[in-house]
Design a protein around this ligand. Structure first.
Ligand code: ADP
Ligand code: MG
Length: 228
């Protein structure tokens, strides 16, 4: 796990890309979509075949924080032709809209089954140190600002309270006949992230958005980690 952080530090990078960030999450015990880096169109197609269709392609660049805003996320790609086309489009749109950005490639990942989109974040407070955030994620984060906070390390009770405190909690309980989310799985992720950041002071900020919260599991499909 530390090799990912050390590699970045040795090359003077503060931003871990989506693939590196998800690798760290996996080592912290958090489930993520199966995500690999392609540096060519042909490699993207080969990785998609290996992962299994449908897949998702996303731009991987430290200079692009909101990938979907520039058209850098392509969902539900069902075959090799669609993957090839998406690869070219993602590269084209990035070069057109942010010509100076340094591109690592494209991430290829399995299309996760939908769930309620939640966010877990970590930032450091000058006084309290690492603070965890939980809330409704995806594109609604900024609109709803429906989040809760706790100082690390958190207890199981804190994890449960963080989840129940948000105004949109009924969404997670199964609003008007929709499937309820697995609250225990979300508590578990919060506890694992808390333990992970407590023992990894090199991490300055973490943004896992979204996590798909489902009745059967909770899976991180996007992640971004910034080092000190
Ligand atoms: P952004 O940089 O814009 O935050 P994301 O990686 O979060 O990009 O992708 C944008 C949206 O695409 C997510 O909020 C989610 O709804 C959907 N998405 C991303 N990855 C996957 C995936 N592996 N499976 C299914 N949906 C995904
Ligand atoms: Mg995101």
């Amino acid at each position: 796990m530390l090799t990912i952080i050390e590699n970045a530090q040795n090359s003077g990078r503060k931003y871990l890309n989506e693939i590196e960030s998800k690798q760290l999450l996996k080592e912290a015990g958090v489930s993520t979509s199966d995500t690999r880096l392609a540096t060519s169109r042909a490699e993207a197609i080969a990785l998609a075949r290996d992962i299994g269709f449908p897949v998702v392609l996303k731009i991987v660049s430290q200079d692009i924080v909101h990938k979907s805003d520039i058209g850098g996320v392509k969902l539900g790609l069902g075959n090799a032709a669609a993957v090839g086309k998406a690869y070219d489009e993602i590269m084209g749109v990035t070069k057109a809209k942010q010509p100076s950005s340094k591109i690592d490639g494209a991430s290829v990942q399995n299309m996760a089954k939908p769930g309620v989109e939640v966010i877990i974040g970590m930032s450091k407070d000058p006084q309290f140190g690492p603070v965890l955030m939980f809330g409704i994620g995806g594109i609604l984060v900024e609109l709803l600002k429906d989040v809760s906070f706790r100082v690390v390390p958190i207890t199981q009770r804190d994890a449960r309270d963080m989840i129940k405190e948000i105004k949109s909690f009924p969404l997670l309980e199964g609003y008007r006949g929709s499937e309820p989310a697995n609250i225990k799985a979300l508590e578990d992720i919060l506890l694992k992230i808390s333990a992970f950041v407590a023992k990894t002071p090199e991490i300055k900020e973490m943004d896992i958005n979204p996590i798909f919260a489902r009745w059967d599991n909770a899976i991180a499909v996007d992640a971004r980690i910034i080092l000190e």
